[in-house]
Ligand binder design. Sequence first.
Ligand code: BG6
Ligand code: MG
Length: 230
Amino acid sequence: MSNSLPMKDDQRKACIFDLDGVIVDTAKYHFVAWRNLANSLGFDFTEKENEKLKGVSRIDSLNLILEWGGMNFSEKIKADLALNKNEDYLTYIKKMDESEILPNVVGILEELKKLPNYKIGLGSASKNAKLILDQVGLMKYFDFIVDGSMVTNGKPHPEGFLLAASEMDVLPKNCIVFEDAPKGVEAALAAEMFAVGIGREDDLGDAHLVMADFSKTTFEKIEEKLLALV
Ligand code: BG6
Ligand code: MG
């Protein structure tokens, strides 16, 4: 029998990372592929409008884009359009490698891996999440991955983050979510987790903490700032 005491639930903690915009910048590839689709239907949309698609599921993104173009189609045609967009998107994704990992993400993951009470999860709306992590060589860091195919309710619903927490056996209040999308921050707060916004204060002001990216920080500093809030 081991003489080490079992860890109490309350001591287990987790960081749950969003993928697109936090670990890699795939928004530019989503933009190109959605724009190609809009152009093929005879309209266009702007980069500013594209911002509104961050964190939004594939089908909800398509519905928004069609609304901007003043178009509507049957569910069957919409499914085909979403599939075509994804095939186009995947041609960019399949060219990705570790050089596209955002600054100091690996540093933070390495730091977390050394902390025995921390689990590392992914909470992404993307159905391509596993493929992207594999493509950039980051799969090995994650204890549990939630992707867009595992949830019924997209962000801002907390379902994805709550699923990641329960699969890692960590209480929501002991989870820190890293998110670049306002809808993702909303989801983390709805899950009663800590929310760290990655991006601009103007967009992510509801988060407990906001930083432009991970380049000038360490996980130790982030945790210290969050603990100072409780
Ligand atoms: C999110 C992106 O992570 O995933 C959204 O921010 C995207 O822009 C969504 O629409 C779904 O992605 P996918 O890869 O399943 O089409
Ligand atoms: Mg994101």
